[in-house]
Write a protein that binds this ligand. Sequence first.
Ligand code: FES
Ligand code: FES
Length: 176
Amino acid sequence: MPRLSAAHRHRVGFTLNGKPVAVEAEPRLLATDALRHGLGATGTHVGCEHGVCGACTVLIDGAPARACLTLAVQLEGREVTTVEGLAPAQDRLSVLQAAFRRHHALQCGFCTAGILISLEAFLREQPEPSEQALREVVGGHLCRCTGYTPIIAAAREAAALLRQASQSTAAEPLDV
Ligand code: FES
Ligand code: FES
């Protein structure tokens, strides 16, 4: 396929993990490639590249989306969160990430970024999820290491800790 000239590229500006960014994108460029190769957000993994495995899941304006089914130009003006944006500080994990670590909820880690993103969004919407609901969220992700049981345990613990934190009157952040 012939390469498109610079005239066919578009400057796409959006917010990535709280910071304004821009990439030059041909119309066909996928969001996964823009994030990984254009902006170095390599935590967004690419598995199937057709919307099945969930490894590429990111938040777009707070909603989970398959970055492999999204064109980079569709990110214009949006707020994008990748796994790199989940931790509250460089030396601090999110409540969910810390629960994953405690429960050994990752093995090779390839699927983990996408699962963390989906669960993070789900727990914001549904602070008191049933185990079945969590299973349905995680069911949208293929883990070839098959470690789903600790993932559900971690999600349940994170949900409980987040509820506890929201009920607490203490100003201190939750110690995870
Ligand atoms: S790489 Fe996007 S869903 Fe598999
Ligand atoms: S932890 Fe290896 S694919 Fe899920």
